[in-house]
Ligand binder design. Sequence first.
Ligand code: FBP
Length: 260
Amino acid sequence: MRPVDDSPIVRDDKTLVLAHDHGLEHGPKQFSGVEERLDPREVFEMATHDAVTALAVGKGLAETYYPSYEDDVNLLAKLNGSSDLWMGDPYSPQNWSVDYAAELGADAIGYTIYPGINREPDSFEDFRPVQEAARDHDLPVAMWSYPRGQAVKDHRTRDIIAYAARLGLELGADFTKVKYPRSKEAMAHAVDAAADNRVLLSGGSKTSDRDFLELVADCMDVGVSGLAVGRNVWQREDPYDILDKLDSVVFDGAAADDVL
Ligand code: FBP
């Protein structure tokens, strides 16, 4: 049995990860208009909502805030990350270990791979001990699979996203988080390419309730296992309202029109 089979981050075979690594990945500009959420407690509170099966944060947030929430929130420990101040070839260095994440009470491990970058061989090698240590600790692994680099002219094509999804299976992840490949049919192809690996939709920048919920419903319809979403929840004026709606769409199979 794989650790994902009885993981607390899976509810009724679905997963909703609230992603909150943006302070590292994008910086405080992402909190423009919702400055109160620069206080991570605001987002840890959101993660206590029933719809959220895990909160993805990096080391510093996990160390500082998770101890107050460990009874109410499942921790997805995002082990690597990079700032958007770096202008070179993308590369996401690891900044904490699986052992330390497990010590802090992690329920799952998250790791970004940028297939196609010049340092792809390094990042595949970096991922190997992470994946194997996660197996030792019985922790499922979610791979953020974001093709980038010189050969990737358009990182959201049908073929590229299917390849991104497949790489999660090939490298031993349990979940693979991919960007939306612009059509429902292309997402269905990515789900097929991933076989038994669970595909998660990456939320993307904030859109209207209707656009976002229709996108999520379309993806659930073609076999996506859920989503890992940040800005489309915590940048909203009322994040609890969209979480209520996501609860119905992701876990009950509701259509966007049913909840709007
Ligand atoms: P969003 O739902 O806000 O898009 O977050 C998902 C995520 O993968 C975050 O975990 C990460 O910080 C961010 O997107 C990376 O986005 P990008 O690849 O566009 O920098």
